[in-house]
Design a binder for this molecule. Structure first.
Ligand code: NIG
Ligand code: FE
Length: 405
């Protein structure tokens, strides 16, 4: 399992989870690919799915847990988060709720607080956030740097993130830090040079906040230079694009074959066309917790799905635009505010976001794959949006506690 901070230990030997009222496999069959099965059982052995079938046919195992009709689904894949930070920006959130606009300027506040934190404190903060995610059913998480913005502080953020997940992302190009404002070119050279070199060993991905609508973020040309340098250093690419207004982020992500372009709040018809053409390569990752927390208009997920875009959902958990790490909350917003069906939202939060991380092993329930599963205190995945705000999701490894066995 990928998220392992403070999780309940996986029981040793084999466990047969029987009495699963609804098993969502995301195997690509049936309604929107959910691959739903009723009255199912799953046998888990050494952290892997060893058997899937009818509950009545479940083979003997060292341990048997009756889930009494509960729903089981792939653990959520949160493909976009910024968990390595210290400091508090609740007042900035409160100001936005009364009309203040978000422009990325608050990132500097988190950079100062993060630089001032000890390694030990940062490690504890990140581990606690990952544990909080896990408690809500998330089993894979991507974590970005981006609140250090010096060679040392970015490398430190990624070293710490790497202790918790293989899905680490170098975001030295989050904003131009205050001390570098006078010379943007010098900062881009730092990011593409010594900072990239120090960070590449701890990062799978590189990302950039490509946003001409923010004075703090990066232009199309700066973004392209940074992404090309990262690709040359062996990193795969993701992009923050089209968040604050129309912009070049989507087209750039498609041009460079990035795995995902995230936010996609303001899209032109040409952007949607580009995402349709690139659907096998580049996902549109929607982050509706950000629209919630910045009072922005929600992207039209319905239109993207109908056009044939690969859509993923993630939290973007960060101290500025969305301090929530709850995938069920994101699913509820996707259904209520973006026109997704509950089934589409669950698929986008599991198999869809696994695709955005180019991971074929997670976000589905398949024999031989990791037993990274979530169980609901509910009979159906529909309840994730239906019971918004109620903590009904948890990881399967902790299910036995809840059923009292
Ligand atoms: O994904 N847009 C850029 N970065 C983050 C926000 C970071 C912050 O405000 O601290 C985002 O929304
Ligand atoms: Fe982000």
């Amino acid at each position: 399992s990928t998220v392992h901070a403070h999780g309940a230990p996986e029981p040793t030997g084999s466990t047969a989870y029987v009495g699963i009222g609804e098993l969502v496999t995301c195997d690509g069959t049936g309604e929107v690919g959910l691959g739903m099965r009723r009255d199912a059982a799953v046998v888990v052995e050494d952290g892997l799915v060893a058997w899937v079938g009818e509950s009545a046919d479940a083979p003997a195992a060292d341990r048997r847990v009756d889930l009494e009709g509960r729903a089981v689904l792939p653990g959520f894949v949160d493909s976009h988060s910024h968990l390595v930070f210290d400091g508090d920006r609740a007042a900035e959130f409160a100001a936005r709720m009364t009309g203040e606009r978000y422009d990325g300027g608050g990132i500097g506040v988190s950079v100062a607080a993060t630089r001032a934190a000890s390694d030990e404190r940062l490690r504890e903060l990140v581990a606690a956030r990952v544990a909080e995610m896990r408690a809500q059913g998330t089993t894979t998480v991507e974590i970005k740097s981006g609140y250090g913005l010096t060679v040392e502080d970015e490398a430190r953020a990624l070293r710490i993130a790497r202790e918790l997940t293989p899905e680490t992302t170098f975001l030295g190009a989050h904003v131009v830090p205050e001390e570098a404002r006078g010379d943007r070119t010098a900062y881009v050279d730092l990011v593409t040079g010594p900072m990239l070199e120090a960070c590449a060993p701890y990062a799978r991905w590189a990302d950039v906040f490509c946003e001409p609508n923010s004075p703090h973020a990066f232009t199309e040309d700066e973004s392209r230079a940074i992404l090309l340098a990262a690709r040359d250093a062996g990193l795969e690419l993701r992009v923050h694009g089209n968040q604050l207004g129309p912009g070049p982020g989507v087209q750039l992500a498609v041009e460079l074959g990035a795995a995902s372009v995230d936010h996609c709040t303001y899209l032109s018809d040409a952007d949607v066309d580009a995402l349709v053409q690139a659907a096998d390569t580049t996902c549109a990752t929607l982050l509706p917790g950000v629209e919630f927390s910045t009072r922005s208009p929600y992207p039209d997920a319905r239109a993207l799905l109908d056009a044939g875009v690969s859509v993923a959902l993630a939290t973007d958990c960060n101290p500025g635009t969305c301090y929530s790490d709850s995938m069920p909350f994101v699913i509820a917003l996707a259904v209520r505010e973006m026109g997704m069906t509950p089934s589409e939202a669950v698929y986008a939060a599991t198999a869809g976001s696994a695709k955005a991380l180019r991971r074929g092993d997670v976000g589905r329930v398949a024999v031989g794959g990791p037993a990274d599963l979530a169980v609901l205190e509910a009979p159906s995945h529909l309840h994730l949006a239906y019971r918004a705000g109620v903590p009904i999701a948890r990881t399967l490894a902790t299910a036995a506690d809840r059923t009292g066995e």
